[in-house]
Design a protein around this ligand. Structure first.
Ligand SMILES: C[S@@+](CC[C@H](N)C(=O)[O-])C[C@H]1O[C@@H](n2cnc3c(N)ncnc32)[C@H](O)[C@@H]1O
Length: 291
């Protein structure tokens, strides 16, 4: 007689049901994890620096001291939850980009930009700030660390003269800021990338000038000769590609001051000169010469 166990079909059915429930349970869990929004934690690890957000009031002040306009291109290095990029796009109508190493933060920033209705102008890339090209920025914002600022400094100094760089909390070592500002006890530093003007410059035909400039970031000092005679070089200022200085020449008992202002473009400076005796404004074009 063949043995027939009557309970077998029931057990098989129960096992199938249990397996089905298990699979269904896993699927539900996976679905709820995906639909639950990622919530970053202040102080969470980042590649080179942890995430700590800049307070919104300071974000706004940083963009303000950079004199952001709708024509700018703002890039935030280590953009966290995207607040600087989104604020720039919303408040100034600029195109802005965040570079962020944490992919979850990148996704969160994209969702935030979407919610704020600026996803077309506020964009985010997943990348390392030391491997990603940010040279097109006209306003660069950062909240990193002193050593990271210093590591970025050579790249920043090669950006287009006039680019504004604003850092929350941290300096650029011996590159003095052009401006500092404090909001709720937190400091923002502004630098304007200076043109490279070091070297010897010559200009003039009726009256010839030779100027040797020494440069330490935006600070410049010079030795000048007018018609081969030593003159005084005063009130020098370099801001981005704009340079101004006075040359004081002595003739007999009197002195004539000429105020030169111009725009640096590679090895050329073009501008106007105003003599203090009010004889009218003239154009000048200097070229850098090899020593
Ligand atoms: C102090 S938080 C500043 C966030 C944001 N800029 C702000 O001001 O609110 C620094 C951010 O840089 C990111 N980060 C760290 N190292 C990075 C790297 N090498 N490349 C890109 N992002 C980085 C961190 O994940 C973090 O979101």
């Amino acid at each position: 007689m063949r043995f027939q166990w009557r309970g077998a079909p029931v057990i098989v059915a129960a096992l199938i049901l249990a397996a089905f429930n298990l699979l269904a349970g896993c699927a539900t869990q996976a679905h709820s994890a995906a639909s639950k929004e990622y919530a970053p934690v202040v102080g969470q690890e980042g590649k080179d620096v942890i995430w700590v957000p800049t307070p919104q009031a300071l974000v706004e002040r940083m963009l303000q001291i950079a004199k952001t306009t709708p024509n700018d291109y703002v890039i935030d290095l280590g953009s966290g939850d995207g607040r600087t990029v989104i604020t720039a796009a919303k408040k100034y109508g600029v195109r802005a980009l965040g570079i962020e190493y944490n992919p979850d933060m990148v996704e969160l920033s994209r969702r935030n930009a979407e919610k704020e209705g600026v996803a077309d102008r506020a964009q985010f890339v997943h990348g390392d700030i030391f491997q990603t090209d940010f040279s097109k920025a006209t306003v660069l914002t950062l909240y990193l660390l002193p050593n990271l600022n210093l590591k970025l400094r050579p790249t920043i100094l090669n950006m287009k003269p006039g680019t504004r760089v604003v850092s929350h909390a941290f300096s650029m070592d011996d590159w003095q800021p052009d401006q500092t500002d404090t909001v709720e006890g937190r400091t923002a530093y502004l630098w304007i990338v200076p043109a490279k003007v070091e070297g010897s410059w010559r200009w003039g035909s009726a009256r010839t000038y030779e100027l040797v400039l020494r440069q330490h970031f935006q600070q410049i000092e010079g030795l000048v000769k007018a018609d081969n005679k030593v003159a005084q070089f005063r009130d020098a200022k370099l801001q981005g590609d704009r340079i101004t200085f006075s040359v004081i020449e002595f003739a007999g008992t009197g002195a004539v001051r000429r105020v030169f202002s111009g725009r640096v473009n590679g090895d050329t400076i073009e501008g106007v000169v105003k003599p203090s005796n009010g004889t009218g404004e003239e154009k000048w074009t200097a070229t850098r010469v090899l020593d």
